[in-house]
Design a protein around this ligand. Structure first.
Ligand code: NDP
Length: 305
């Protein structure tokens, strides 16, 4: 999927690469298309500005127990920036020297920037979501009634983004009550006086408004055999459907949206825009400049998978 080799903690311990290094850490990591996405944007930037000629993005398979040591080594070896993916986004949160205020309520970081006294943690997933929704569905989270499906890490980030952007109401649907209640425990203090509602699937509340934006933040759909996490046919007509999953490119939920004539988009744009924003934090290259190059690169990476 990516021509970048999968590196390990041992590679990091003996690291002596002289250029400006960026990295993504995950476990597993071999499916990540972040390396070709970032390296394409860096190659394009280097054509315009020679300063980026020695920048390169690597990937490391780091098990959770090794994360603290890996973060120390990456800092000591002066990596300019780090992306974190499953399962590290929450685990790393307490190991930051500083946290971007917007990332604090999310309780998770996906982008770390090198600073002399340690890592500064950011979360660019919310920016990725809102930018992708605007670009692909011509919708703003602000002023929109949202049905968010899921109560895991991605749903928490999306819920905080919807609240911070000023959606008109937020309805969170989840399969299990326990995880829904845990998410509400985090969100309620952020949503004083705000119309925040929760329900467990497959029940659909009669009060659900029309013209909602449905966002799937569950992993239901990652396998071709997965059922859709909710039945769009049982909602008052949805205005649009955004599925955070991008591989496969069309989940059962998106196929149902197409069948019902509801505008819909997969999560590829979210991946691209969170990445473009991370690169902007590290390099100053405007996210809007990197995003088109990154889009072409991820489409090619998925086709060659
Ligand atoms: P988590 O494991 O933290 O959460 C999983 C969620 O999915 C839970 O709400 C869980 O419900 C629900 N779920 C799992 N299986 C099913 C099922 N068969 N039917 C209904 N609900 C189900 O995962 P994340 O929050 O980290 O990620 C969720 C999705 O978002 C993934 O597909 C991931 O790839 C995608 N994502 C995409 C990004 C992008 O850039 N496009 C960025 C981040 C995530 P329950 O609580 O009942 O177990």
């Amino acid at each position: 999927m990516s021509s970048e080799p999968v590196l390990t903690l041992a590679d990091l311990e003996s690291w002596s690469w002289p250029g400006t290094a960026l990295a993504v850490l995950g476990h597993p990591i071999q499916h990540s298309i972040s390396p070709p996405m970032h390296n394409a944007a860096l190659a394009a930037a280097a054509e315009r500005d020679a300063r980026f000629g020695d920048w390169r993005y690597f990937r490391f398979d780091i098990p959770p127990d090794d994360l603290p040591h890996a973060l120390e080594l990456l800092h000591a070896k002066r990596f300019r920036g780090v992306n974190l993916t499953v399962p590290h986004k929450v685990l790393a949160f307490d190991r930051m020297a500083a946290i971007d205020p917007a990332a604090r309520p999310v309780g998770a970081v996906n982008t770390l920037a090198w600073e002399p006294d340690g890592w500064r943690g950011f979360n660019t997933d919310g920016y990725g979501l809102s930018t992708a929704v605007r670009e692909s569905l011509k919708l703003e989270l602000a002023g929109t009634a949202i049905v968010l499906v899921g109560a895991g890490g991605a749903a928490r980030g999306a819920a905080v983004e919807c609240l911070q952007r000023g959606c008109s109401s937020l309805w969170i649907a989840n399969r299990s009550r326990g995880n829904l209640e845990a998410l509400f425990g985090v969100l309620v203090p952020l949503a004083t006086g705000f119309p925040l509602h929760g329900f467990t699937l497959p029940r659909i509340p009669a009060e659900l408004p029309r013209d909602t934006l449905v966002i799937n933040a569950t992993s239901a759909g990652l396998r071709a055999s997965d059922a859709a996490p909710l039945d769009l046919g049982r909602l008052p007509r949805a205005a649009a459907v955004f599925d955070m999953i991008y591989n496969p490119p069309e989940t059962r939920l998106l196929r149902q949206a197409a069948f019902l004539g509801i505008p819909h988009a997969n999560g590829l744009g979210m991946l691209v825009h969170q990445g473009a924003r991370a690169l902007e934090i590290w390099s100053g290259i405007p996210a809007t400049e990197s995003a088109p190059v990154m889009t072409v690169a991820v489409q090619a990476a998925l086709l060659s998978a």
